[in-house]
Design a protein around this ligand. Structure first.
Ligand code: NIG
Ligand code: FE
Length: 409
């Protein structure tokens, strides 16, 4: 697809093909009065002033802000049922322990592949309307060979059908299925499920919920070692509920990302800095569970690249809005709007191994971008809980436009 995006009041983007860390976390290229030229779905040129003559289709940003399409590097978006009863119990004061995951496992096991596709489709379309063009999706509500494979097949179907890029992660080690002894399930994962997932090409990454009441560091190490043997990239749900040394494990294994990190230790932060692992922070979860936010400033100071995601799931984070996550990151975690934008674009792309393809608006990258109905990128986290997205372009094609309202901000 060819396209000229003209009339860009402000074009704000990180630059580079890898994650940005430390003082560079907040480095953005900001151009005024810019244009962007797309050829065959990729960015051919970004410039300022008058665009070159162009015969193809054009999108006029009418002075608005353009950023890269947002990248959500952590969701659990394919599931059946909901957990509104658990939500109400928490509102009454009950604490989240992760036990509710099994409620969703039972509901998801009852759903066919087609039903999972139907349930998840509108969730992804809502994310797209919020400016997200790439989404990582974890399995983990099946906990048997067949049920996990079915979830991953639903992700693959949705990725083929929808105008978003879906990146599948195998999270069979999300909880323990009640019908098997713990060791037997770990063995099943290692001996059967991981090989099957890899053989069928159903996942790019393998993740383990390494936390209090869930997988121990030793179990996680064994599962991830097997995943690596089968060519999967490694991720860790690390120290979300308690400090168990999961970030240290992510560093030891040079995992691509360590995610959550609400209770990460100082040693864990140092381990992530040494290995270059991306910290995927999920402020929606801390907000929903009323837990302390992860130590984003300490991570950035230590040189760990920080990414932001939603953790969208029916239990701990029924939050599908990545722009809202940027608001929470700025207001509660001390990120600047520039750091938050880098975290939700280039660093999020790095957390799913795609920083050379998406996450910034530069020649050669895929033309995934968002037109925001604001005048400066700082307004994206500032206007909280409103959808400011005017248009979404994916691969050079306009895939969503808000109904035409006059620009008001
Ligand atoms: O990321 N931590 C584990 N998994 C999810 C919660 C999933 C659920 O509650 O259903 C999380 O918070
Ligand atoms: Fe999660």
């Amino acid at each position: 697809m060819d396209l000229l995006v003209g009339g860009i009041g402000q074009l704000a983007t990180p630059t580079g093909a890898g994650p940005r860390r430390g003082p560079d976390q907040g480095e953005l290229s900001v151009r005024r009065d810019a244009y962007l030229l797309v050829r065959e779905g990729r960015i051919a040129e970004v410039g300022e002033g008058r665009p070159p003559p162009f015969a193809g289709p054009a999108l006029d940003a009418e002075g608005r802000v353009v950023t890269p399409g947002l990248v959500d590097p952590h969701t659990h978006a394919v599931f059946a049922g909901n957990r509104v009863q658990e939500f109400l119990a928490r509102v009454r004061g009950e604490r989240y322990t992760g036990g509710g995951i099994l409620t969703t496992v039972y509901a998801t096991r009852e759903a066919s592949e087609g039903e999972l596709v139907e349930l998840a489709r509108p969730r992804f379309l809502r994310m797209l309307q919020l400016g997200v063009t790439t989404v990582e999706v974890k399995s983990g509500y099946g906990l048997t060979l067949d049920d996990e494979l079915r979830i991953l097949r639903a992700v693959r179907r949705l990725g083929e059908e929808l105008p978003l890029t879906l990146v599948p992660t195998f999270l069979g080690a999300h909880a323990f299925p009640p019908e098997l002894p713990r060791e037997a399930y770990v063995r099943l994962l290692v001996e059967e499920v991981i090989p099957a997932v890899a053989r069928q090409g159903l996942a790019r990454f393998c993740d383990v919920f390494c936390d209090e009441g869930f997988y121990t560091v030793d179990e996680a190490r064994a599962i991830l070692a097997e995943a690596r043997e089968h060519g999967l990239g490694l991720k860790v749900h690390a120290d979300e509920l308690a400090q168990v040394g999961a970030a240290e494990l992510a560093g030891e294994l040079s995992a691509v990302s360590a995610e959550h990190l609400l209770h990460v230790s100082q040693e864990g932060i140092q381990a992530l800095a040494r290995s270059g692992t991306v910290a995927v922070l999920l402020p929606g979860t801390a907000f929903v569970l009323d837990e302390p936010y992860p130590p984003a400033r300490d991570l950035i100071a230590a040189g760990v690249p920080v990414a932001l995601g939603t953790d969208f799931n029916p239990g701990s984070s029924p939050v599908a809005s990545l722009p809202l996550a940027t608001s929470l990151a700025v207001l509660r975690m001390g990120l600047s709007p520039a750091e938050a934008l880098v975290a939700a674009t280039l660093n999020a792309a790095a957390a799913i191994g795609l920083a050379d393809k998406v996450g910034s608006l530069e020649a050669g990258k895929r033309a995934d971008l968002v037109v925001w109905d604001v005048r400066s990128y700082e307004e994206i986290p500032y206007w909280i809980g409103q959808n400011l997205v005017q248009a979404v372009v994916r691969g050079g094609r306009v895939v969503w436009r808000s109904s035409p309202t006059p620009s008001s901000t």
